[in-house]
Design a protein. Sequence first.
Length: 96
Amino acid sequence: MGRKASTINLSEDERLYLETQMRARTIQAQTVIRARILLLKAEGISVDHIADKVGMNRKSVMLCINKYLEGGVENALFDAPGRGRNAEITDDEKPG
């Protein structure tokens, strides 16, 4: 028999904020998915079931949850500035 799924404890303000993020029309899709991950985990849903529901792998779901545990909602929803690949502009593309 499997282990009981653990939960995360969201405050009422955090829960309302996440629900607002999920309904926002101008927000990035990854932010909506991350908000949904946190809300599902707060309900005690297992990581495997969350991964199935949001269409991500287990590792990505765990990363989001761990980022929440380390630094709260904002840390889990948004990537730190400077993340990702730098834009490459060739000399031909530069104005001038």
